[in-house]
Design a protein around this ligand. Structure first.
Ligand code: PGA
Length: 256
């Protein structure tokens, strides 16, 4: 059984004060949730504040939105896995489509980061997904296969198992137009099939694959009920603690 994982990707939003208020409200709503893994991914500047606000709650984990592949050194403006670990970060989002398209990240760069994350015992959430043009041309599987093989090259079975994949069709991110549950399931099944080819069936069955792209409280349950959808990476709707809490609860088998 794969434990569902729901993550809040705040992107370039949320001051320290807003972050603390968010966590307070989320904890009230979710209590000490244990059946779903919840990850908050603040901007770097709010990570420590979120940690402080979480207090003794061990069930909500911290993530970061990016990192550099080197451990330290002369890389002005960058953050390393070791510096993230120092802030008790457990997950790191890598290869988000905004990083790929706005900041030129290639599969090779993503792969360096993924390997550096594992070396530092950080769990990567590796984002892949096709553009609308690629989908219209019938190239979804080709693109997903290239991104997966490139981003995950050289990982051991254990590292692969400890990697989370986020399928985020680029045309669904921040557009209000989510993939239908059928479209998403089809892509997720293909991703799992490709993971089995990269490693083996047993490992592929254990890898969690999140869906991301306009996830909202009203579409979350149907999406996450699909057999190969193991959670969500939520952008816009994760900025409001109420709606994020609803999405987390929607990850449960039975809707409340
Ligand atoms: P969205 O973003 O939920 O606002 O579409 C998802 C993401 O970019 O991770």
């Amino acid at each position: 059984m794969r434990k569902k994982i729901v993550a809040a990707n705040w992107k370039m939003n949320m001051t320290q004060a807003e972050s603390a208020a968010f966590v307070k409200s989320l904890l009230l709503d979710l209590g000490d949730i244990t059946d779903i893994e919840v990850v908050i991914v603040p901007p770097f500047t709010a990570i420590a504040k979120v940690m402080e606000a979480l207090g003794p709650s061990q069930n909500i984990k911290l993530g970061a939105q990016n990192m550099h592949w080197e451990q330290n050194g002369a890389f002005t403006g960058e953050i390393s896995a070791a510096l993230l670990r120092d802030l008790f970060v457990r997950y790191v989002v890598l290869g988000h489509s905004e990083r790929r398209t706005l900041f030129g990240e290639t599969d090779e760069i993503v792969n360096r980061k993924v390997r550096a994350a594992h070396e530092a015992m950080l769990r990567p959430i590796v984002c892949i997904g096709e553009t609308l043009e690629q989908r219209d041309k019938g190239n979804v599987e080709k693109i997903l296969s290239i991104q997966l093989r490139g981003s995950l090259a050289g990982l051991s079975e254990k590292e692969l198992h400890e990697t989370v994949i986020a399928y985020e069709p680029v045309w669904a991110i921040g557009t209000g137009r989510n993939a239908t549950p059928e479209q998403a399931q089809e892509a997720h099944a293909f991703i799992r099939h490709t993971l089995a080819k990269i490693s083996d069936e047993t490992t592929a069955e254990r890898v969690r694959i999140q869906y991301g792209g306009s996830v909202k409280p009203d579409n979350a349950h149907e999406l996450m009920s699909q057999p190969d959808i193991d959670g969500a990476l939520v952008g816009g709707a994760s900025l409001d603690p109420r709606s994020f809490a609803q999405i987390v609860k929607a990850a449960r088998e039975e809707e409340l």
